[in-house]
Structure formats: structure tokens, C-alpha cells
Design a protein around this ligand. Structure first.
Ligand SMILES: [Cu+2]
Length: 346
């Protein structure tokens, strides 16, 4: 079923009545409708003239106050503190703290997020297959949390309530320790109930395990697809985003070079909606589901991912200029899940 009516009610009714809608850049064009414009002030790219929210020209959030910037998140890979074990293996250690952060997720719209290291998504942790990993988690939030990694590891390191250390209470710490396996593109997230809310509040991040023989050099990008259920009704999302802020890459296109290999680590953690999608304009990409094989399964311009699914997209842009990427579900795109690549001819 479509969730549009409740979203519309939020956007056209409650939000406007409460003033937040105006801060969102929504303007009334009729008694019960809102006008749509994209970052450039044009009608939305899909379904121009259709009701929906977006940002006014020039209206952006305060990245400094939020403590993270989606443009930096794109290429921010955290390899941890590296040491060598007596047997010659590589050990990597990270410190991750959860916290409660009031984020500006759209201009003038605040969301009481729960975060790993102060950002949504959390840090992108990166290692090589076979490394020993130690993740020291400190719960600086007012709520109990865990860190549950996808991968192959012992039960007591799985980060779920009731097994191993289980819940990490506020103020407590625990070190998750396991080997990096299998190679591929994975994720981590809190696994405390109500699970959907603990994830949807912002407690997730990307976990990349590189193969021992590295993939070819490329301009590498991380894109985490997610949403914000700003009404907390658990029925859907009012905003959709990649890397924390809806429409961010409409304001600041992802800059890439013509003909250079671009590798996108694409992760879907969207809650409350059953699937998400990724579509690119003017190009096709090789797709490696979960990144666990070195041969692509598909050459396409659109893929879908259920919650927790992820995959690697590899492509080169033969033409300079601006190319959109967005959820092919138009409603998600119009609520924030759209961006631009800007291909530079050099
Ligand atoms: Cu949690």
C-alpha cells in the first residue's frame, strides 16, 4: 500500500501548521497542496508538478553544527589503528561511541538521532580479509545499544541482547573481537529492540572487507541509503537520503573524472519501507551483489535492495556533465533521495 496519505498529512498539514514545513522549503500552492521544486528551483525531476517537498534554492543544513558533511562521508574510509600480531597478521582497532544527537536533517527540521561517532551513517570501517578486528564500543547514549556486525564470527561477538555480553548499558563499554570474513561489502548496526527504531534513529554504518588481492584502483565512494521517520509513527519515512542529508548531492554534486573507474559501495539500511532502489542516468554499471565475488552479476542502470542488502557498482562516465542518480521509486526521490554526479572532462 502507499503511505503517501500519511506523509502528505504530515507535510501538508502538521508540518506546515507547525511552521516546520516552511523551514523545509515547502510552499503552499493551493489549499491542500505543496509546490515542488528541486535544488535549482525547477520542478522536481520526476513528476514535475506532483505534490511533495523539497528544498528551496540555497537552503541547506548546517553541516558544522551536525558534525558531519555528506560530501566528506563519501570518501571517508576508516582503516583503524593498525598493528602487527606475532603471527604476522594485521590487527585493526577502532573506538566507536554511540550518542544522542539533535541533527538538522533538512533546513530547519531537527531529528533526535542516535549516532555512532556523532554521524549518520556511522564511520565506514575498512579492513582486509583475515585481519583481526577489535571494535571498542562505548555507549554514550541514554539508551542501551549494541554493535551487530554482518560477517562470519562467533556467537558471543554477534552484538545481540541475551548472547555473549548482550546489551551495552549507558556508560558501559565492550570490545567486539573477530576475524574479517568474508570479503565483501557489509554493514553494522545496533541490534536492540525495538529494532526498527534503533536502526532508523541512525545507528548503522558500512563495513568493507577487502579481498587479499585488492580490487583495481578506482575513485571509491560510499553511499548509505536510509530515511528519517520524523513522525515516529513507524509507518514510513518523511525524508529519504544518502549519507545523512536529503538532497545533499543536488546541492553539492559528486565530482568524478571522465573515463576514470568509479566504485560505489552501496548499502541499504532503510527501515519501514520494504525496498529501496538505485538508478543512474546516462550510464550503466557492473553490479557485484554483497561484493563477495570478483565477477559482476549484472550490467544495468537500476538495482533494488531490501533492507540490509548491499552491493558494489563499478562504472566509468564517458561523457562530461551532470548526471542524476536517485531511487527509482519516485516518491523516495521527491522526498530527498536524489543527487547528481558532475563529470569533469580532464
Ligand atoms: Cu540501539
Amino acid at each position: 500500500m502507499t503511505l503517501s496519505p500519511s506523509r502528505r498529512r504530515f507535510l501538508a498539514g502538521g508540518a506546515l501548521a507547525g511552521g516546520a514545513g516552511l523551514a523545509l522549503g515547502i510552499t503552499r500552492s493551493g489549499s491542500d497542496t505543496v509546490a515542488v521544486a528541486d535544488a535549482a528551483g525547477h520542478p522536481a525531476a520526476h513528476g514535475g508538478g506532483v505534490e511533495g517537498p523539497t528544498f528551496r534554492l540555497g537552503a541547506v543544513v548546517d553541516h558544522d553544527a551536525n558534525g558531519f558533511d555528506p560530501t566528506e562521508v563519501l570518501r571517508d574510509f576508516d582503516y583503524g589503528t593498525v598493528s602487527r600480531l606475532p603471527d604476522g597478521r594485521t590487527a585493526r582497532e577502532w573506538e566507536i561511541a554511540s550518542g544522542d544527537s539533535d541533527l538538522e536533517v533538512a533546513p530547519g527540521v531537527r531529528f533526535p538521532a542516535w549516532t555512532f561517532n556523532g554521524r549518520v551513517p556511522g564511520p565506514t570501517l575498512r579492513c582486509t580479509e583475515g585481519d583481526l578486528l577489535r571494535v571498542q564500543f562505548t555507549n554514550g547514549s541514554k539508551h542501551p545499544h549494541t554493535v551487530h556486525f554482518h560477517g562470519i564470527h562467533p556467537a558471543e561477538m554477534d552484538g545481540i541482547p541475551g548472547i555473549g555480553r548482550g546489551l551495552i548499558e549507558p556508560g558501559e563499554s565492550f570490545t567486539y573481537e573477530f576475524d574479517a570474513a568474508p570479503f565483501g561489502l557489509h554493514l553494522y548496526h545496533c541490534h536492540v529492540g525495538p529494532l526498527a527504531e534503533h536502526i532508523a534513529r541512525g545507528l548503522y554504518g558500512t563495513f568493507i572487507v577487502d579481498p587479499e588481492q585488492p580490487r583495481p584502483p578506482a575513485d571509491e565512494l560510499v553511499m548509505v541509503m536510509h530515511g528519517y521517520n520524523t513522525t515516529f509513527d513507524a509507518e514510513g519515512n518523511q525524508l529519504y537520503a544518502v549519507n545523512g542529508i536529503p538532497f545533499h548531492y543536488m546541492h553539492e554534486p559528486v565530482r568524478v573524472r571522465r573515463d576514470q573507474l568509479v566504485r560505489i559501495y552501496l548499502v541499504n539500511v532503510l527501515e519501514y519501507d520494504p525496498i529501496n532502489s538505485f538508478h543512474i542516468h546516462g550510464n550503466f554499471f557492473d553490479y557485484y551483489p554483497t561484493g563477495t565475488r570478483l565477477e559482476p552479476s549484472e550490467f544495468t542502470d537500476t538495482i533494488v535492495q531490501a533492507q540490509g542488502q548491499r552491493g558494489i557498482c563499478e562504472l566509468r562516465f564517458p561523457h562530461p556533465g551532470k548526471f542524476m542518480f536517485h531511487a527509482h521509486k519516485s516518491e523516495f526521490a521527491e522526498l530527498g533521495w536524489m543527487g547528481l554526479f558532475e563529470v569533469e572532462d580532464r
